[in-house]
Design a protein around this ligand. Structure first.
Ligand code: AVJ
Length: 313
């Protein structure tokens, strides 16, 4: 079952013009995920240097029973479900009243819900195609009635937001899930700088290809004239901010045409493609508290690379 709320397509030109006007220049991270970008990101997740996905998947698998006991009964609501592949062990252990997948792309949502329904034939499954950052409330539907809500936001996706944006997102989850709800959220944790930087500079070059695909997309969709050879990919840890910065760095002084305007670059000037914030348990719970969430449990791998936090309102 799928409800399509027909989310407005984002005003890409306006957002890109706004981002190119910043200092440093910075584009919205979601622009990385066109069809080719999504494929490249899947390849990143398999690289030996990038442990995030493997570690979280293993945690969800091995601790599913404990997680289910802590979560308790309700309807599972996954934000930005994509292919909805991570939630399966949780659903098996939890046996929730229903599973609701929210995603902006109807093209991803429909097959994801079908595949999930096959793995869990008795579970009521509902897909809602929407921009959940703009919704005031979830639509009325029998699957959502009479049960508490258990939010699920895996993948440390919140790491792409700056702290103010992350707080706004956590507040939005609170609003959509309602009083008495819970939220299980995956958070990548700070670790040795060398390991962090290698994760975003894999040897096979998938991280670089993922960032470079942004230039291809901008040239195609916003009539840009970026020359790939004018930019070098870099990713580095910024300790003061607790984040990895990823950028395409101009190799000379040049001008680029994009979205009907001309943009000068100095030699060595970065175009930030995304940030990836990392939070230790305390830092994350402080952030969550400012959005009205309280931590009641957390699960982490033995090395402390990644954590799943359980929050209550
Ligand atoms: C999807 C935001 C969690 O920050 O690790 C990985 C994105 N970009 N390699 C991350 C990403 C390049 C990823 N998140």
């Amino acid at each position: 079952m799928l409800i399509d709320l027909h989310p407005e397509p984002a005003d890409m030109a306006r957002l890109v013009i706004e981002g190119m006007g910043r200092q440093p220049k910075q584009l919205p991270a979601w622009l990385l995920y066109d069809a080719e970008g999504s494929r490249l990101f899947e390849a990143i997740c398999e690289q030996p240097e990038y442990g995030l996905t493997r570690t979280e998947t293993a945690l969800l698998d091995t601790r599913a029973a404990e997680l289910a006991a802590a979560l308790g009964p309700g309807v599972v609501v996954e934000f930005g479900a994509g292919s909805a592949r991570k939630v399966s062990p949780l659903l098996s252990a939890l046996d929730p009243a229903a599973y609701v997948a929210l995603d902006i792309s109807a093209d991803h949502l429909a097959p994801a819900c079908r595949a999930l329904q096959q793995r869990h034939p008795d579970l009521p499954v509902l897909g809602i195609c929407c921009d959940y950052s703009l919704l005031e409330q979830l639509p009325d539907h029998p699957a959502l009635e009479g049960h508490g809500r258990l939010g699920f936001y895996p993948g440390s996706s919140i790491g792409n937001f700056d702290p103010a944006g992350a707080r706004a997102l956590l507040r939005q989850f609170r609003q959509l899930l309602g009083p008495g709800s819970r939220l299980l959220i995956g958070i990548d944790q700070p670790k040795a700088v060398q390991r962090l930087e290698e994760a975003y500079n894999d040897r096979a070059g998938w991280s670089e290809a993922f960032a470079r695909n942004l230039l291809t997309r901008l040239n195609r969709d916003l009539d840009g004239d970026f020359q790939a050879s004018d930019f070098a990919y870099r990713a580095w840890w910024e300790a003061d901010h607790g984040r990895i910065a990823m950028a395409l760095v101009s190799q000379r002084e040049l001008e680029v045409r994009l979205a009907g305007r001309c943009w000068p670059f100095a030699a060595g000037e970065p175009l930030i493609t995304e940030y990836s914030y990392k939070y230790g348990p305390e830092a994350f719970l402080d952030l969550a508290a400012t959005a009205g969430w309280r931590g009641v449990g957390h699960w982490s791998d033995p090395a402390g690379d990644f954590a799943l936090h359980l929050l209550v309102q």
